[in-house]
Write a protein that binds this ligand. Structure first.
Ligand SMILES: *Cc1c(COP(=O)(O)O)cnc(C)c1O
Length: 233
C-alpha cells in the first residue's frame, strides 16, 4: 500500500471515529485510535506516523521490538497474548499492556515494572462469550483479579479490553460492547478500580458501534493498512 493510501485511510478512519463519537454525544478526543501494525513492516508504521498517528498496537513482543525502537515516542500497546517468558521485554517496550488475564501474569508484570522503576497502565482482557479459543478472564473472576491488583506496585489497572466473537454484521457486536461497558461501570460503582475508565473495544469491522457503546480505545488494523498475511489473525 502506498503512503498516500495510508494517509487517506487514516484520515477516513479518524473522520469515522469523530462522527461515531458525535452520534454518542462524545468528543472525538475521548476515543484513542490505536493503529494495529502487526505483520506490517517498519516503513508502513513510518507512513502512519507521518499521517499523524501516535498510538500503535502489536500482538507479539518479538515482532514489536524493531518498530518500537524506530518510533520510541509513539505510544505502544500490547494487544496480543503475553507469554510469561516475554514479560520483562514487554515491560521495557510497551506503554500499555491490554491483555492481562490472570493474577499470576499481573504479579509478573508488577515485579518487572518495579525492577524497571516504572508504572504501567494495564487493561484486563475479558472473555465475554466464554469462547474456548479466546484469551481473557471470565467476567465473574474480575473482582478477585482487581483485589489482587490493588496490592501490587508498578501496575495500574485502567480498564477493560475485549474481542467479541467475529461477525459480519457489526451490529452483532453491540450487545458485547454494551456488556463490557456495564461490567466496567458495575466495577466502578462497587468502589473497586477507581482509575478504571478505559474500554478497549472495536476493530476495523465494528469500531463505530464500539464507540457508540462507550469505547475509549479502538484497535484498527485493516481499515488503515489493508489486509495482512494470515499469521497475525
Ligand atoms: C489484529 C487485531 C486487531 C485489528 O484487527 P482489524 O480487523 O485488522 O482492525 C485488533 N485487536 C486485536 C486484539 C487484534 O489482534
Amino acid at each position: 500500500m502506498t503512503e498516500e493510501l495510508i494517509r487517506d485511510r487514516a484520515a477516513r478512519v479518524l473522520e469515522r471515529v469523530a462522527r461515531a463519537a458525535a452520534r454518542a454525544g462524545r468528543k472525538p478526543e475521548s476515543v484513542r485510535l490505536v493503529a494495529v501494525t502487526k505483520t506490517h513492516p517498519v516503513k508502513r508504521v513510518a507512513e502512519a506516523y507521518e499521517a499523524g498517528l501516535r498510538a500503535f498496537g502489536e500482538n507479539y513482543v518479538q515482532e514489536a521490538e524493531e518498530k518500537v525502537r524506530a518510533f520510541p515516542d509513539a505510544e505502544w500497546h500490547l494487544i496480543g497474548k503475553l507469554q510469561a517468558n516475554k514479560v520483562k521485554k514487554a515491560v521495557s517496550l510497551f506503554g500499555w499492556i491490554q491483555t492481562v488475564d490472570s493474577g499470576e501474569l499481573l504479579a509478573d508484570v508488577s515485579r518487572r515494572c518495579v525492577e524497571a522503576e516504572k508504572t504501567l497502565p494495564v487493561l484486563v482482557e475479558v472473555n465475554l462469550a466464554g469462547e474456548e479459543s479466546k484469551a481473557g478472564i471470565d467476567p465473574g473472576e474480575l473482582p478477585a483479579l482487581l483485589e489482587t491488583a490493588a496490592g501490587l506496585p508498578g501496575v495500574t489497572v485502567r480498564g477493560l479490553m475485549a474481542i467479541p466473537p467475529a461477525t459480519v454484521d457489526p451490529e452483532d457486536s453491540r450487545p458485547y460492547f454494551a456488556r463490557l461497558r456495564e461490567l466496567l461501570s458495575r466495577t466502578a460503582s462497587r468502589g473497586a478500580g477507581g482509575e478504571m475508565t478505559e474500554l478497549s473495544m472495536g476493530m476495523s469491522n465494528d469500531f463505530e458501534v464500539a464507540i457508540e457503546e462507550g469505547a475509549t480505545m479502538v484497535r484498527v488494523g485493516t481499515a488503515i493498512f489493508g489486509s495482512r498475511a494470515r499469521r497475525g489473525g
